[in-house]
Design a binder for this molecule. Structure first.
Ligand code: ATP
Ligand code: ZN
Ligand code: MG
Length: 503
């Protein structure tokens, strides 16, 4: 694979006519190439010209892409020119930077990039030329990221339409459903819940709220406390910096609720806005747009990123490992759009998210104990018909990959828990509801947030307990009649609030 970088350097002034650039430049370039390309390929300064304060250089490489060589060259050249001729390198850019690289499969549709470029593909070999790449782009490695992006887009096209990976792990025995309708419809009829006031949000009246909190108590008392998880309380907003580190910002930008702030709280600045409200009794949207900032954060999407942020840059003592935490304070917000349905797919939901960190072997052992406790809850307390399956890990889905990462060992990866929903049809052919999951993610997030352990490798994992999903799974199979509910659940529920009567 060949790479060719044409760069323009702007010097702080012209060089004296007698300056021996013809000796200096090739020497500096050879050193820079030796240090960056080294033995990993052949690199050379293939061309150069000086035109007043403009120095054009072309570097070619058959090994690593040559922008690191250019950076080294600029640094050394600046030092030498400064010493010998009191001239510096002011800026540099690449009018053309061409690279060749392989693709997993030939693209089936056009691939676009948001920076000036030309992309040619022959079979599974791509040739990408970036045009007018600024200094920042050369220093900050835009070329390698652009290449990774083209490869990712080609891979996604290859997978489009293919089934996500799904492999049954275990299942409960079948259970005769006590109910066959959509539980949300039934709750609406009984006025337990009301849809609104904004998209995909639900108001749970006393009965539904009590049942949701009962699910929460069961999860905490039957799963989390016995396994030694400790509660934390985290904020409801995630910073962009956190989302950049986890990859969520590039993976899911269309699923966030974005947060804007007032530009000022000075009443004088808001006077026109308040006056308009008083006169029109409507929201002066245009006026409002001037008074708030562009988004500065997002509402919590999942809790684990903020838990990792809390630990970022820290070293955990061996005595604290495995560290087992859970949050139930932050409410998850997702823009589900067309997928919204009843209480099971909502834009705002309540979720307990346990996060665990430790050596890989500890996490594998902890996963077994979590599976055991979950099994106990679903079999003995909720008496559900349920199953588990290995699925494409959530952090791989976003990069267009299917499959489990280490299909053989099954150390890292995601397990989904699914419940049968009788209202959707026969158990063999209908879609079951994912009501929670459990993942070991390896060192992806401990690395991204620079979290270390006193000794050895530090891995992490999380498991999302979706309370609305636990509730819908339960009510779908058991119905809304208290007398029919399993004894274990009734023990936890205690006295259920009476329906509010509306006239
Ligand atoms: P799905 O594939 O159903 O959209 P997901 O893969 O997006 O789920 P995760 O991000 O893995 O879900 O979140 C973990 C848990 O959060 C899920 O198992 C589920 O219990 C809950 N959850 C996710 N999205 C929603 C939603 N829109 N409404 C209610 N609960 C949800
Ligand atoms: Zn998580
Ligand atoms: Mg989802």
């Amino acid at each position: 694979m060949e790479h060719r970088l044409e760069a323009d350097l702007t010097l702080s002034g012209p060089l004296p006519p007698t300056f021996p650039l013809g000796d200096l430049l090739p020497r500096v370039a050879t050193e820079a190439i030796a240090r960056t390309v080294g033995k990993r390929g052949e690199g050379r300064l293939s061309q150069w010209t000086l035109d007043g304060p403009k120095l054009h250089v072309t570097i070619e490489s058959t090994g690593p892409r040559p922008h690191q060589a250019l950076l080294a060259l600029v640094r050394r050249l600046g030092e030498e020119l400064g010493r010998e001729a009191k001239v510096g390198v002011r800026t540099f850019e690449a009018p053309r930077y061409r690279t060749e690289f392989p693709l997993d499969s030939a693209p089936t549709a056009a691939i676009t990039l948001p920076i000036p470029h030309q992309l040619l593909v022959e079979g599974t070999v791509a040739t990408l030329t970036l045009h007018g790449l600024p200094e920042e782009g050369l220093r900050d490695n835009w070329m390698d990221r652009a290449v990774a992006l083209v490869q990712e887009k080609a891979r996604r096209q290859g997978y489009r339409g293919k089934e996500q990976f799904w492999s049954l792990l275990s299942s409960s025995p079948p259970r005769e459903p006590l109910f066959r309708d959509d539980p949300t419809e039934e709750m609406l009829k009984r006025q337990w819940v009301r849809s609104g006031p904004t998209k995909g949000k639900w108001f749970l009246g006393p009965t539904a709220a009590h049942l949701l909190r009962t699910m929460e108590r069961i999860a905490v008392e039957e799963v989390l406390r016995p396994l030694g998880f400790q509660e934390v309380v985290q904020p409801h907003q995630d910073s962009f910096d956190i989302l950049l580190r986890t990859g969520h910002l590039e993976g899911l930008p269309g699923e966030f609720y974005y947060v804007a702030e007032p530009k000022t709280r000075d009443p004088a600045a808001w006077e026109r806005f308040t006056d308009l409200v008083k006169i029109t009794r409507q929201v002066p949207e245009e006026e409002l747009a001037h008074l708030v900032t562009p988004p500065t954060a997002v509402l919590c999407y999942a809790q684990c990123p903020t838990t990792y942020w809390w630990l970022s840059g820290r070293t955990l003592s061996s005595g604290s490992l495995p560290l087992k935490l859970f949050d139930r304070a932050a409410v998850s917000n997702r823009y589900e759009s067309g997928g919204r349905h009843g209480l099971e797919r909502v834009d705002e939901f309540h979720r307990i998210e346990p996060v665990f960190l430790g050596p890989p072997s500890d996490l594998v052992a902890l996963r077994e104990r979590l599976l055991e406790r979950y099994r106990h809850v679903f079999d003995d307390v909720l008496e559900l018909e349920w199953r588990t399956a290995w699925v494409t890990p959530f952090y791989m889905q976003q990069s267009g990959r299917v499959g489990v990462e280490d299909a053989e060992a099954r150390v890292k990866g995601t397990i989904d828990f699914e419940a049968y929903l009788p209202y959707r049809g026969p158990r063999e052919s209908s879609e079951w509801l994912e009501f929670q999951n459990l993942s070991i993610v390896g060192d992806k997030y401990t690395k991204a947030f620079s979290i270390k352990s006193q000794t050895g490798e530090l891995w992490s994992g999380c498991t999302g307990i979706g309370l609305e999903r636990w509730l819908t799974a339960f009510l779908s199979q058991k119905g809304l009649e208290e007398s029919a509910w399993p004894t274990g659940f009734r023990g936890y529920a205690g006295e259920v609030p009476k329906d509010v009567r509306f006239l």
